[in-house]
Design a protein around this ligand. Structure first.
Ligand SMILES: *Cc1c(COP(=O)(O)O)cnc(C)c1O
Length: 411
């Protein structure tokens, strides 16, 4: 059976209702009446499972969270106002001043800025490594290391990590391992490969059509016996483990991040995101095939394409072995100079020029003059940003139409 088939069934079946309104209802209320003081007390002490206040959770958002948790095999999930909200929630709920992060691989610009600038102001230091620098990663772990953070696919450097190996390093040292799986939902299941928390920008391929900003963090269960989170390194988690057992990472994230920083999802965005989820498996299946077709054809025509499906890519073998269900919607082309890159973008009739990725439409953006414009030469080199680099996110169009437009645009 095709890998994506199972999800074609589960998503539509779990999102639609068999009774009453078929489409999920949108609860547009910021607050909820408790009726009696006894119920209020029960809701606040957690013994009554009813909505408290929409910053802490909303019924429409809860439905999305349940489906996301099920998709990834997690014990639960927390939806957020954006992908950066999910990354902030997952990291800030574990970090304190003096802690360190080990960040592996090419990073999304916002995450890179969070780690390299903003968290530094709060006394949190991040060490950055290439996906293949496994020895250096192990050597960088010390008593202050709290998180190993990884993106499932380097955006936009297109380098692929060996997620299992990095999970093994994190496990051996008993460090929390967080994977940003925005680019590869359904293609990669990080919790099954050894991650503890998965974060998503649902704004991208999950919603899929630029209709809603959103994010989600999915958490694994705390083990009954030994667990890496039952250690002095994560002593702030102790009370949550004592009170809520295997669920502990969720109340920890809700109280330490959602309640205090307020990156909460809104019900309408959660609804739009669920509409996207209904067709995610179909869209992923089509696009990962189109990306390969477009990459091969552009490469054959002498365009400098970067995609791991090409034999020349340094991680081609890893792509075949570990990314057999694709590595998302992205490829990059290097036009050699900013002028040539701009000429291409001015000529293309098909691509939409925007900072988004994972849309129904094919999108393109010159990297150095936009997302990475504030970064210095050394940072750009580490992140793989060259003057002529254009990031392309392949959409649902006929791949032959994409190829035709791109070849005409490079003339
Ligand atoms: C877009 C993106 C984010 C941030 O998501 P927003 O929804 O824009 O906040 C994080 N990680 C990756 C890999 C992304 O592509």
């Amino acid at each position: 059976m095709n890998h994506f088939e199972e999800y074609c069934t589960t998503f539509v079946q779990s999102i639609g209702s068999k009774e009453g309104a078929v489409s999920p209802s949108v609860t547009n209320s910021a607050s909820f009446a408790y009726e009696t003081p006894e119920t209020a007390e029960g809701i606040f002490d957690g013994s009554i499972k009813k909505p408290l206040y929409s910053r802490m959770g909303n019924p429409t958002t809860a439905k999305l969270e349940n489906i996301m948790a099920e998709m990834d095999g997690g014990i639960g999930a927390v939806a957020t106002s954006s992908g950066m909200g999910a990354t902030a929630l997952a990291t800030l709920s574990l970090l304190a001043c003096g802690d360190e992060i080990i960040s592996v691989g090419g990073l999304f610009g916002g995450t890179y800025a969070l780690f390299s600038e903003t968290l530094v102001r709060f006394g949190i230091k991040t060490h950055f490594f290439d996906v293949d620098a496994l020895e250096e990663i192990e050597n960088a772990i010390n008593d202050n290391t709290k998180i190993i953070f990884l993106e499932s696919v380097g955006n936009p450097n297109m380098r692929l990590p060996d997620i299992t190996k990095i999970a093994h390093i994190a496990d051996k040292a008993a460090i929390a391992f967080i994977v940003d799986n925005t680019i590869t939902p359904l293609s990669i299941f990080p919790l099954k490969l050894g991650a503890d928390i998965v974060v998503y920008s649902t704004t991208k391929i999950i919603a899929g059509n630029s209709s809603a900003l959103g994010g989600c963090a999915v958490f694994r269960a705390i083990n009954e016996g030994e667990d890496k989170f039952k250690s002095l390194r994560y002593k702030e988690l102790e009370k949550f483990i004592k009170n809520t057992g295997k669920m502990a990472l969720i109340p920890n994230a809700k109280k330490r991040a959602l309640r205090d920083f307020g990156m909460s999802a809104n019900a309408h965005a959660s609804y739009q995101t669920m509409l996207g989820l209904e067709t995610l498996a179909l869209r992923m299946d089509r696009i990962i095939q189109s990306v390969e077709i477009v990459a091969q054809e552009l490469d054959k025509n002498g365009i400098n394409v970067n995609h791991p499906s090409l034999e020349k890519h340094p991680h081609h073998q890893r792509y075949l072995d570990m990314f057999s269900n694709g590595c998302g919607t992205l490829l990059t082309i290097d036009m050699g100079s900013k002028e040539k890159a701009f000429a291409f973008l001015n000529k293309t009739k098909l691509a939409t020029i925007t900072a988004n990725i994972g849309d129904s439409r094919t999108l393109a953006l010159h990297m150095a003059s936009t997302i990475y414009r504030d970064f210095d030469a050394k940072e750009k080199e580490f992140l793989g940003i060259t003057d002529g680099l254009i990031r392309i996110s392949i959409g649902l169009e006929n791949p032959q139409d994409i190829i035709k437009d791109f070849l005409e645009s490079t003339k």
